[in-house]
Design a protein around this ligand. Sequence first.
Ligand code: ADP
Length: 265
Amino acid sequence: LRASFSAIQKESGAIDGVIVVLYDITEQEKIEQERREFVANVSHELRTPLTTMRSYLEALADGAWKDEEIAPQFLSVTQTETERMIRLVNDLLQLSKLDRTDYRLNKDLVNFSDFFNKIIDRFEMTKAQHVDFVRKIPNEALFVDIDTDKITQVLDNIISNALKYSPEGGQITFSIDVLPTELQIYIRDQGVGIPKGSENKIFDRFYRVDKARSRKLGGTGLGLAIAKEMVYAHGGDIWAKSKEGHGTTVYFTLPYNPEQEDEWE
Ligand code: ADP
């Protein structure tokens, strides 16, 4: 709370009264502080790959380019860092689009059971490590009105994390629960987990439990923040439960109207 005082004076100079104005600046200041933090984070995230690239390019310019063994390695580092910056800028552009108030979704009525299965199939085909997939997906058609590109990205971001943080031989469970007015979806892994009390922070922009690890795995720290905005735009919610060392479950909901199916029968 901030206050400003002004005195009301008579012509004689005597003070007749005082006007006190109280401003509630807490919310405004919070937004301003978040904005400053965001800009600082973006700058830092861009500076890290840029300084890495600068030193490798300097070394190449200083003669490393002549070394047939070292040169390709150094070039590959600069390539990796460039790709990281492209991913980061793409994620930032996406967030900035989602932040616009006139943001529009391109919705279609889709059978979510089929849709979810197809996305899991794609991960099952391409996954590099050995992880078992368990599906708890109803056989019935569950129609939801969603922007399929956006929800594909939500699922991609959650599932790729589940794979990234899973141990070799771990299990990933995919589930849909039908609630009266929504579908509750979860993706559960048996990975490293998230420290107690930080389960909500993972949806914040740039929050990572382990910065170095996330970087090594190619993360931008924005995947779940984007997923959150996209789920919110659909009128759903997203949250996580985790036990450190045992695994993580990420849940999200989508509005669901059971009547909707009847139109298709
Ligand atoms: P990143 O690009 O770092 O993966 P995300 O926004 O996708 O960014 O996730 C933010 C952070 O949340 C990650 O850096 C990681 O610390 C944590 N996290 C997300 N998903 C999981 C998971 N399934 N298991 C453990 N930690 C996770």
